[in-house]
Ligand binder design. Structure first.
Ligand SMILES: [Zn+2]
Length: 382
């Protein structure tokens, strides 16, 4: 698609606050001139809330991308609730003007074999909001394709709507689990995705759900959100031996540790399913191959949601996930983004999910003398 660009603010006032990742584990909030454009089929968005995700934390550790030998400051953030301030040409969504939307952060190419076969979540050419080279939502305005954005119902709070994107991934994991009704599940890791899975699994008819996590406060949270039991990793195998088939029908690894997959394999019954959806910090997974082979386990990796976000929004409206907003444990103003990241990194103060409240966009008094090109990977208009 040929992209048409136009200045959003005809007065040329594009100074805005952004969260910048300037070095590994270094965040600063700046007020800088940013080029802010939107093309056909895109919405211009003003974020209201932005969630910190596991991917954001991984990027935080890695630091901004190195371009021509220098660190290029990067704007993170892929999970957002935003208000629509303008619609590009060709968007059949003028009715969205002024409304709140949530957006899928993954933008498929729509040209490759996987996209054409309908498996857009497997597209190898995706652009991901908040992952280099694409700057993310932690700024006061940005553009994103209209067909990836879904209107948030008026009655839904921003905090709950923000959970639609991670919930969408959790639902895809459950789809892949082939879980029998009243089946037994072990969820390895009780972070935001693990806790969300526990809630969904109970809502869709899982029998027992065992949560496995080394942190005591997370184990307590897991029980509060519906786990039938929560144990430390070293107790997990012993625990599932009490189950009729001496293991879980399905074990799901949602940790960021390479040992998570070992736990998942060890706790699954003979002939069971293992789902691996965590991103191990050191890029390795470990499991006992003999154990997996002798049990003839079916293993499935799940990376991205494969259904649009509206399914997750509908699920949130059903009310069967009551109390899900409690997963948002900490809210910071955008100006305190560095503290928000630090809290997520340290896992202190009972944190599960941290979100940023974005300040409303205020046009600057003076026009900036120069303008930053914000997404360098985009072709310039000819
Ligand atoms: Zn594609």
């Amino acid at each position: 698609m040929e992209r048409g660009y136009g200045w959003v603010d005809r007065s040329g006032q594009t100074r805005m606050k952004v969260v910048h990742l300037t070095a590994p584990e270094t965040i600063s909030v700046r007020n800088i001139p940013v080029r802010c454009e939107f093309g056909p089929g895109e919405l211009l968005l003003e974020p209201v809330l932005v969630g910190l995700t596991g991917s954001d934390l991984l990027r935080y550790r890695l630091g901004p991308p190195i371009v021509h030998g220098f660190r290029r400051p990067h704007i993170p953030g892929g999970e957002f609730v935003a208000r629509v301030v303008a619609c590009g040409r060709g968007t059949a969504s003028r009715k969205l003007l002024g409304k709140r939307v949530v957006g899928n952060p993954v933008c498929p190419c729509m040209k490759c074999e996987w996209c054409l076969e309908g498996n857009r979540h497997q597209c190898p050419n995706v652009r991901v909001l908040g992952w280099p080279p694409v700057n993310g939502a932690m700024r006061q305005r940005f553009a994103w394709p209209a067909d990836l954005c879904i209107e948030v119902p008026e009655s839904m709070s921003g905090e709950v709507a923000l959970l639609a994107a991670p919930l969408s991934l959790a639902l895809s994991i459950v789809d892949n689990a082939h879980l029998p009704v009243m089946g037994k599940v072990a969820v390895i890791g009780a972070g935001q995705l693990g806790l969300m899975l526990i809630k969904i699994l109970r809502a869709v008819g899982a029998g027992d759900v065992l949560s496995v996590d080394p942190n005591e406060y997370r184990r307590k949270l897991a029980v509060r959100h519906g786990a039938t039991a929560a144990v430390d990793p070293y107790e997990s195998v012993e625990f599932v031996r009490q189950w009729p088939r001496k293991g879980a029908d399905v074990s799901i690894d949602v940790t960021n540790a390479s040992e998570g997959s070992r736990e998942a394999v060890a706790t699954t019954r003979v002939g069971g399913h293992v789902i691996i959806a965590g991103i191990p910090r050191d890029n390795r997974i470990l499991f006992n191959a003999r154990d997996a082979r002798q049990k003839e386990l079916a293993m499935q990796f799940v990376r991205r949601p494969y259904k649009p976000l509206d399914r997750a929004l509908q699920f949130l409206q059903l009310g069967t996930l009551a109390g899900i907003e409690e997963l948002v444990t900490h809210t910071f103003p955008m100006e305190q983004a560095a503290e928000a990241y630090d809290l997520m990194r340290s896992r202190s103060d009972g944190v599960v999910k941290t979100i940023l409240e974005m300040p409303p966009y205020q046009p600057a008094e003076e026009s900036p003398a120069r303008v930053y090109m914000e997404e360098a990977e985009e072709p310039r208009p000819s």
